[in-house]
Write a protein that binds this ligand. Sequence first.
Ligand code: NAD
Ligand code: DAU
Length: 361
Amino acid sequence: MSYKTVLITGGAGFIGSHVVRLFVKKYPRTKIINYDSLTYAGNLNNLKDIQDKKNYFFERGDITDYKRVKDVFIKYNIDAVIHLAAESHVDRSIEDPFAFAKTNVLGTLTLLQVAKDFWGCSLSNKDIISKNHRFYHISTDEVYGSLKLDKSLFVEGSKYDPHSPYSASKASSDHFVRAFHDTFGLPVVVTNCSNNYGPYQFPEKLIPLVIYNIENKKPLPIYGKGLNVRDWLFVEDHAKAIDLVFYKGKISHTYNIGGFNEWRNIDLVKLIIKIVDKKLGRKKGESNKLITYVADRAGHDMRYAIDSTKIRKELGWKPEFTFEEGIEKTIDWYLANKEWVKDVTSGEYKKYYKKMYSNRK
Ligand code: NAD
Ligand code: DAU
């Protein structure tokens, strides 16, 4: 089964850009429409290498704008949706919870409503609709809350227990997605993934922030004691999992995605210091002095760890990159792409966007 037109929301962001690139290259006969409002986190430079491909289309728009989303559905006759657009940074959600409720909850609800209306979904025709359409919602392991420092793992049936405004908004959006399946027969599938890392991640997130700050001899802020644990997955492995679930995942099912790759923050930061110092020809451990313990994040979840047995067994997915390969690739990319980091942090890319799109019109 392949779809003629796929709408990918948030395709100019970190994970979205990897998904758009994969789909544009792998499915040349499928029109890929990247729908993104280009917030500070969205950057069309992330997609420079595929922007001229015939099957790639960009539409700037907000997911909370029903009319604009509907117009895009009509313009391209959208068959299926992969929904990644979101406010994604926990610290920002503590500063401005409303922005997260708006985009992550109302935005998701708007997309669901348009898809339901446009495809004409109802419980009575759900089998026919699900043959031709699909709404794939990308979510996070943070909805499950926090694990103890033991061997427990999040499974698909783990209870929802969000602690930050970000995870609360994602949890809410997950519930709406499932409710649209149960109430209106919308053919949905959901994945909950662990922490991603890799090229094009906005340098407010731990890994790119630390790489940038080591290079520039700036303090490396460690929240609390640095003992919190995250399960890290290379972004290209997430994109491949998304491809699999999109085409092979069972309607109404949830799949957890993760790398069985847990790191305490402090150990991860020390590993990055070791690699970056070596690459920059600095003395071993020279940048350890940049480590700066700062006040803990409010509501800071202690540990996330995903049990990805279901997607591995049912769909045959497994990560292709070891952590050593992924982190090396990521560090090399950030050291080689200083201009990208400068642009996204200075807002330069917004000028690029305007110029590029006025040239294309
Ligand atoms: P990101 O912040 O890098 O990108 C988000 C994208 O969404 C940006 O391009 C932004 O412009 C766009 N966007 C934001 N608000 C919008 C709106 N109202 N309308 C249209 N577009 C809008 O995020 P990311 O890290 O790539 O995460 C993508 C998705 O994956 C999110 O749904 C996130 O919850 C989920 N997720 C992320 C991770 C991770 O580690 N980064 C892990 C699991 C799940
Ligand atoms: O688990 C999936 C989630 O991973 C995604 O849903 C989110 O969108 C994504 O941002 C990420 O959330 P985290 O809060 O885990 O990622 P972040 O990179 O912000 O932080 C990783 C850990 O490092 C976390 O325990 C907080 C800590 N940290 C973070 C920053 C930015 C620090 O100690 N210092 C920092 O400066």
